[in-house]
Design a protein around this ligand. Structure first.
Ligand code: WT7
Length: 635
């Protein structure tokens, strides 16, 4: 079902200036797309050859065991080799790798040399604590420079990291620790957000009680409030980094191209989150190519991806791809509106940010405060803007373009997923834009929009978005669950061998792609991905709730908001107080982003005869739309 508020394709064009095209890393999209299409393997091999390898691959793509594709087979490398090691032997050792600003105004800059040393030290710490190649390490931190150091140190020693977003609750954290069987957790005492402390260590303590697999907790000091440290289990990061074994030199583990780099949990259609697995080889090639071409990265750029490192956007485009390219990446700790709604614009002006990449929900949130806040700052350093996470409504697009980009900056609207590792559908700066369309597939990517049988749908018709051929940074499996990997992404179009994205999309008369939204039981709330089942299991874990169903309803600011329907247990009474209690319960059990905006107490839920909740019916009812085909409805 199309989202309400979705604007149908238009022919409102924004064409790049001749200067923009001339200076672009890829001035002619069509030519490069055609080249990649002609011989995809030769194309990706050429991109891979831009990177360093301990040993070159024997085979670009092994597709003998579909859908378990392998890329750069026989190649030996390490993410840390390309993101750090290779830079410190050149002049880039003195270039800034990371510029960090805390919400409280504290500032840290790390040159490539300094970052390399810190990563080496921490790699030695991890090795000293008994972490070795293949061990999974869970990272649950705020947006501090140490999160990048921790991720890179894990990569360096070949220990796959599992970063859990700091906004998740202890239950979500515990289940991810459990699934990955992490013996080590890296965290902070707290994080600053809107002037308050998010008590990360307290959450870790509770999660660790629930998952006894954890032996060691390493704590970065950030907010400095009193916290409990359990002797023999908890260690301060700064204490460990001061020990003699934390030497500023560390050997980089030689990894197979297909060895895991990280697991990142994301929401699916069941209550259990999926551990999306990415590897060292293909992921490096794809993320660095997409960043270099879509955002036209130049040596002198100051790149700011304002996402959280805890999401795929942060993995690929705050930490890894910018460092591979030797760029300067900006990280800001806190809220965009703290202490005033011009915080972001001040950061752009203070550091001379040239490219800003954020989400529609953030743009809409800042738009509310009006133009005066951005106008107060010199935004002339900006040359490109980006958007990700959900469809951008044309109104927000135009505001972003006019007020922030001063009509000078193209907006790079990138469609992709945790599973894809990098941008899949995106304009390059040389491509003409339409507000709300992610335009065209990236070179080397073959997408289509098809019906349930796999037949392509006509222009301007809705269909399922599929990816028809493999790409280097594709998800390798769901960690520990190959079955789920197959059933989730490959079963529907098994005969054709296509990847099912889970999104509805359409193609307009000009061949431009418009992604409309999810067509499975996954919700996008403020750009965050949530399974209806996760919120529902959060609700039923409260003793008053017997059963629940959750839907996403369009919301001006957040894209979607959550509506919940609950059947209460015998004897429980629906009330405003219970509604408030249930909201608080979900915040605590799942995380603040999962809290329903509204809860309705009902006597029954619309179900199919086989007992499946028909969320579609609830949604149509909530929106006052026709209920559609009810022939499968039980009652
Ligand atoms: C889902 C993936 C990829 C980084 C952040 C989200 C939606 C993402 C766009 C866009 C329309 C978008 C899709 C997709 N989505 N970017 N530019 N236009 N929709 O990653 O949490 O894995 O979510 O986000 O529905 O399937 P994610």
């Amino acid at each position: 079902m199309a989202e309400q508020g979705f604007t149908p394709p238009t022919s409102e064009w924004y064409r790049p200036t001749a200067d923009m095209v001339k200076q672009a890393n890829v001035p002619d999209y069509d030519a490069v797309y055609a080249l990649a299409r002609q011989d995809p393997q030769a194309f990706w091999a050429k991109r891979a050859a831009e990177l360093e390898w301990y040993k070159t691959w024997d085979q670009v793509l092994d597709d003998s065991n579909k859908p378990f594709y392998k890329w750069f087979v026989g190649g030996k490398t390490n993410m840390a080799l390309n993101a750090l090691d290779r830079h410190v032997t050149t002049w880039r050792r003195n270039k800034l790798a990371i510029i960090w600003e805390g919400e409280d105004g504290e500032k840290v800059t790390l040159s490539y040399w300094r970052l390399w040393q810190e990563v080496n030290k921490f790699a030695n710490v991890l090795r000293g604590m008994g972490v070795s190649k293949g061990d999974r390490v869970t990272i649950y931190m705020g947006r501090v420079p140490e999160i990048a150091i921790a991720m890179l140190a894990c990569a360096k020693i070949g220990a796959p990291h599992s970063v859990v977003y700091g906004g998740f609750s202890e239950q979500a954290l515990a289940s991810r620790i459990e699934d990955a069987q992490s013996k080590v957790v890296i965290t902070c005492d707290g994080a600053w957000l809107r002037g308050k402390i998010v008590p990360l260590k307290v959450t870790v303590d509770e999660a660790v009680t629930r998952s006894p697999v954890v032996e060691t907790v390493i704590v970065v000091k950030r907010t400095c409030q009193e916290i409990q440290m359990e002797a023999g289990r908890d260690y301060w990061y700064h204490d460990l980094m001061a020990l003699p074994f934390a030497k500023p030199n560390a050997e980089t583990e030689v990894m197979d191209a297909e060895d895991p780099l990280f697991i990142l949990y994301t929401s699916g259609t069941t209550g259990k989150p999926k551990g999306v697995l990415h590897t060292h080889g293909g992921y490096q090639v794809y993320t660095s190519t997409t960043l270099e071409w879509a955002f036209d990265i130049k040596e002198e750029d100051r790149w700011w991806c304002a996402a959280d490192p805890g999401w795929i956007t942060g993995h690929s485009y705050i930490v890894y791809a910018p460092l591979i390219l030797g760029a300067t990446s900006i990280i800001y700790e806190g809220a965009p509106t703290y202490p005033y709604p011009d915080r972001w614009w001040k950061i752009v002006a203070d550091y001379g940010v040239t490219i800003l990449y954020t989400a529609p929900t953030a743009i809409r949130g800042l738009m509310r405060f009006g133009e005066a806040w951005p106008r107060r700052h010199d935004l002339s350093s900006l040359r490109l803007l980006g958007s990700v996470g959900e469809p951008i409504n044309p109104e927000a697009w135009r505001w972003y373009h006019r007020v922030i980009g001063e009509e000078r900056c193209p907006i790079i609207d990138t469609w992709w997923q945790t599973e894809t590792g990098g941008f899949m559908i995106t304009p390059l700066p040389s491509v003409a834009l339409k507000p709300g369309s992610a335009t065209r597939p990236f070179p080397g990517i073959e997408v289509d929009i098809v019906d349930d049988d796999g037949a392509p749908v006509g222009a301007n018709e809705d269909g399922n978005l599929v990816i028809k051929s493999p790409w280097p940074s594709m998800i390798r499996t769901v960690y520990g669950d190959d079955e789920r990997f197959i059933s989730q992404y490959w079963e529907k179009y098994r005969d054709q061998g296509w990847y099912l994205a889970g999104d509805t999309a359409r193609r307009d008369d000009d061949g431009y792609l418009w992604v409309i939204g999810r067509n499975d039981d996954v919700l996008k709330v403020s750009g965050y991905r949530l399974g209806t089942a996760e919120v529902e299991s959060g609700l039923v874990s409260h003793s008053a709730v017997a059963e629940s169903a959750v839907i996403g309803v369009p919301d001006e600011l957040r894209g979607n908001k959550i509506f919940a329907y609950c059947i209460l247990v015998e004897g429980a009474e629906g009330s405003d107080a219970l509604e408030a209690e249930l909201k608080a319960h979900v915040r605590h059990e799942v995380g603040p982003i999962a809290a329903p905006a509204q809860i309705e107490f009902v006597d029954n839920l619309p179900k199919t005869r086989s007992g499946k909740i028909m969320r579609r019916v609830l949604k149509a009812q909530a929106l006052g739309q026709p209920l559609g085909d009810l022939s499968t409805l039980e009652d």
